[in-house]
Design a protein around this ligand. Sequence first.
Ligand SMILES: [Zn+2]
Ligand SMILES: [Zn+2]
Ligand SMILES: [Zn+2]
Length: 265
Amino acid sequence: MKIVMLGTGTSHGVPTLDCMLNDFRTCPHGVCQKAIADPRYRRTRSSILVTVDGQSILIDTSQDFREQMLANRVRRIDAVLYTHGHADHIYGLADIRSYSHRQGGAVDIYGSEETLNTIRGCFDYVFRRPQYEGGGIPNVETHVLNTPGLVKGVKVTPVPVIHGPTNGCQGYRIGNTAYLPDVKIIPDASLALLEGLDLLILNCLRIRPHASHLSLSESLASVHRIGPRRCLFTHMTHDIDYQLEERTLPDWVRFAYDGQVVESE
Ligand SMILES: [Zn+2]
Ligand SMILES: [Zn+2]
Ligand SMILES: [Zn+2]
């Protein structure tokens, strides 16, 4: 299976508008300023593309969906798995239209009942289609996926997680690869779904603690408890200076970067 890290940033992205508005004076480690020159510091909103058994499965449609599709020349989307209904994970849905038009039918989208309800609420014009049919409306078909099931013939296991007060938040396991971009607590029942992983892609928001996301020390503790063969950290703020912090990590744990391509089992 091939994984493309389309975006590895938190909801603000890196560089942030806030730091730009302060002329980058307040940015920790100057990461936002470094992002101007070094693309590895530039983080669009989190999403990955999984190619497995000939299927292109996207996880989330971020606010930067269009730029991510262009940058990685993504030519087909067979299905989208949604982790939860926050803006940074769903607002690219509008641009699915290019794919549904070209592919000649609805793009199947999957998520928990709660997440799909949030998406329906945010995209009224998509789910209550107006009389006219212009070129502007994406064609998608929703499917509740909250237990292990087949998506285009590929076994997908939802992994329920606690992400602040957001209900129905889940990561996904495909084969021996799991993606958990937004998480504060991994319940015991979900830990059992993460045994024997080749690759874990896990939330690592920043250095300081946060109410609804894992911080660096918590992410590391979680990785050691789960015990995958390899781990990539994602959904990072401008607090994470990969060049400084990576020295403190075991060599099988790295910070992901936008455009990174990983082969996994
Ligand atoms: Zn997020
Ligand atoms: Zn900054
Ligand atoms: Zn979130």
